[in-house]
Design a protein around this ligand. Structure first.
Ligand SMILES: *[C@@H]1O[C@H](CO)[C@@H](O)[C@H](O)[C@H]1NC(C)=O
Length: 396
């Protein structure tokens, strides 16, 4: 009996001891100790990079700590290629701001860039891109720099971001290119509805990406899914203003990796240009988009709630006669309801050379001005069951 009691008291104590040891082993790197200043005026880029270099050399898990305050950063590039550390957490309580003069970083590819990092987590923080100067320049049609993508990860694995706010980027807010095993949670992205090219999250050549519980409002796509992505899971997403969640534009190039296995589950679109969109160039290509599920989606006054557009060719680009080469197949729409801001709420405008196959409508109820909305199908094959409003026009 006595032995048992001892065990039940000692075992939790032992676990607590192990836990506190593991916390103590976590090395902490406060950016203020590396010369950063929280006054919003001093350029702290070098200090942040020094803190990264130190954390990177640590042989135990490391935390880079950014206390409350405002930190001005120019271009800040973090490379993980030679890191000894196998787990770096960047805990941000402050706000990172980009230079207000867009010329300072507007011609560079990225503002904050992570390259070849493994097991990096970013917790909290606000990124303020101060993009309004560049948007005004672009909207006035003057010659302006292209702008920089704000927060980019390249060729990285096991990246986690939670509780981050990103606002007013010059261009895309958050980008993953060539990354595996990425998890974003509780991310908030905001930019005005008329800010050009300010996509919320752009994914390219990446796999096993999960985006949960996030709220995105921008002047372009809330989430855009480019070439070469697979196994994406987007759940509990609020989008608006913006252009919706978009797979594409794909198929500009002849040789292009496709998009496979994407789930968008529980999403709300409010006042957006599109809801769930698939978009391909009307050009020859060997790419594909397949195994896509859009499930439990609410549309509030959305211009194109459900759209597949395979005839994308704006601004007099060169698009030969034969139509899009991208093969679109096995796209399921399940439980999609709400209101459309235009009469045609469901539009399948597929390629004349590669008709869409396996479109599945499983319960759709969309109205326009309190009347059932309309549907249009061109080269679109599939089937419908359950509630159909509008009634399916898919070819079986
Ligand atoms: C599709 O992706 C999800 C993750 O988003 C994964 O759990 C699932 O196994 C994938 N399915 C296939 C057939 O690869």
């Amino acid at each position: 009996m006595m032995r048992k009691i001892n065990f039940f008291i000692l075992f939790p104590l032992f676990i607590m001891l192990l836990f506190s040891l593991s916390i103590a082993a976590d090395s902490m790197y406060n950016v203020l100790n590396y010369g950063a200043k929280s006054d919003g005026k001093f350029d702290s880029s070098k200090a942040f990079i020094s803190a990264w270099t130190a954390a990177c050399a640590s042989t135990s898990p490391a935390t880079i700590y950014v206390p409350k305050g405002t930190y001005l950063l120019g271009n800040a590039y973090f490379n993980g290629q030679t890191c000894k550390c196998n787990a770096i957490t960047i805990h941000i309580e402050g706000t990172l701001v980009a230079p207000s003069d867009y010329n300072v970083i507007g011609k560079s590819g990225n503002w904050i860039k992570f390259e070849r990092v493994t097991r990096v987590s970013i917790v909290g923080g606000t990124l303020d891109g101060q993009g309004s100067g560049l948007w005004a320049c672009k909207n006035s049609g003057k010659g302006c720099p292209k702008g920089t993508t704000y927060h980019a990860f390249y060729n990285s694995n096991n990246v986690a971001i939670s509780g981050l706010t990103s606002q007013d980027s010059q261009m895309f807010h958050i980008l993953f290119d060539g990354c595996n095993n990425v998890k974003l949670q509780g991310v908030k992205v905001s930019a005005p509805g008329n800010s050009p090219n300010t996509d919320g999250i752009h994914l390219q050549s990446s796999s096993d990406v999960t985006i949960l519980n996030s709220q995105i409002g921008t002047g372009d796509d809330c989430i855009s899914i480019g070439r070469g992505n697979s196994n994406l899971w987007l759940e509990n997403i609020a989008c608006g203003p913006g252009h919706g969640i978009s797979i594409g534009s794909l198929g500009w190039d002849m040789q292009e990796p496709g998009v496979d296995n994407v789930t968008v589950k529980t999403a709300t679109f409010t006042g957006t240009q599109n809801g769930v969109r698939v978009k391909t160039w009307a050009r020859p290509s060997n790419g594909f988009i397949r195994n896509i599920l859009f499930q439990h989606v609410v549309m509030n006054n959305v211009e194109n709630p459900i759209i597949i557009d395979q005839n994308y060719c704006p601004n007099h680009e060169i698009c030969p006669e034969q139509g899009s080469g991208i093969k679109v197949s096995d796209i399921t729409y399940q439980d999609i309801h709400g209101t459309s801001a235009t009469q045609v709420a469901v539009k399948f405008d597929c390629s004349k050379t590669n008709p869409c196959e396996g479109i599945n409508l499983l319960g759709v109820k969309l109205s326009y001005k309190d009347q059932p909305a309309e549907i249009s199908c061109v080269n679109a094959g599939g089937k419908a069951s359950g509630l159909q409003q509008p009634t399916s026009c898919l070819q079986i």
